[in-house]
Design a protein around this ligand. Sequence first.
Ligand code: TXA
Ligand code: MG
Length: 330
Amino acid sequence: MPRITTVNKDSLNEAAEIIKSGEIIAFPTETVYGLGADATNGQAIAKIYEAKDRPSFNPLIVHIGVKDNPESYVVMNETARILANAFWPGALTMILPRQNDCPVSELCSVGLPTLALRMPAHKTAQKLLAAANCPIAAPSANRSGTISPTTPTLVADSLGENVPFILADGSCDIGLESTVIDLSGETPVILRPGQITPKDISRVLDQDVQIESGNSDAPKSPGLTLRHYAPATHIRLNAVDIKPGEALLAFGSTKFMGIEGGGAAKDLPDTAIRNLSETQDLNEAAANLFRMLHELDKPEHKAIAIMTIPDVDLGLAINDRLKRAAKAQS
Ligand code: TXA
Ligand code: MG
């Protein structure tokens, strides 16, 4: 069973050290318990997906400290500023465009140009953020497809050995996930209802706000309604060779990858080849996936040839994304 450790100065420091070392922990927030990792570390983020057994990548909420400047991560518009003033710290998550030099791993945004940001109000969450001194990405701390946990025991029941350390601080006050509002479009849209209601938001903004699901009794996961990132360049899956003009997204050794008509992978210019993981580590591959796809997504490439990635563990989520991207193009 995972270690359930009651919050105090020592356990807080230990939790912060675990986060800094690139590992995951469960921690309390005012809404539900989160499964957290250093948001700037792609390999740490990959461990979140692995622990939750997510068959696909769903973008993650990034939590920031009260002293953090949200502008370091996202482009704040006027609406976002008003809502931050009214509801932060608190149970509101805002989807906004990523800053150009946003330090958060692209795996958090699963390749999208936006980022979900929340400044939690929970004292322990805030102390952890201050001690770890980095933004913390955290979905709810439950196995994929099960309900969000509101106590340390529920976290342990759901994740078992997949979460080695649970920072325990009683049950969550709100017990329902945060309200998610998309502010990246022309008008604000609530993607997930929560304790902060459309009415609360309308009042503060002095305008009506749309609700995406249209039925607040059956909130659908924003992940389902999300537009997925697909490169503009055609992608070719399960490639065993490289066609002239193609870029290569490799997985493992490229020794036997030849270019049709002559040449080998090693003859490709640096700009036309990336390796998700030379050692075939799926965790590393997940961490690199969206950044490398972006880097190879160039008009001068006829297509991106992608080597086969095994359909196990995190490979399932990687292949899910690649198949969706390929389908979006066809
Ligand atoms: O209360 C909460 O929000 C908890 C605590 C831990 O903060 N977290 C939580 O995270 O519920 P999660 O991953 O279970 O739900 C996040 C939701 C997902 O449905 C995801 O699709 C959506 O937010 N989301 C995240 N980033 C997004 C983005 N860039 N665009 C659209 N939706 C996004
Ligand atoms: Mg969840």
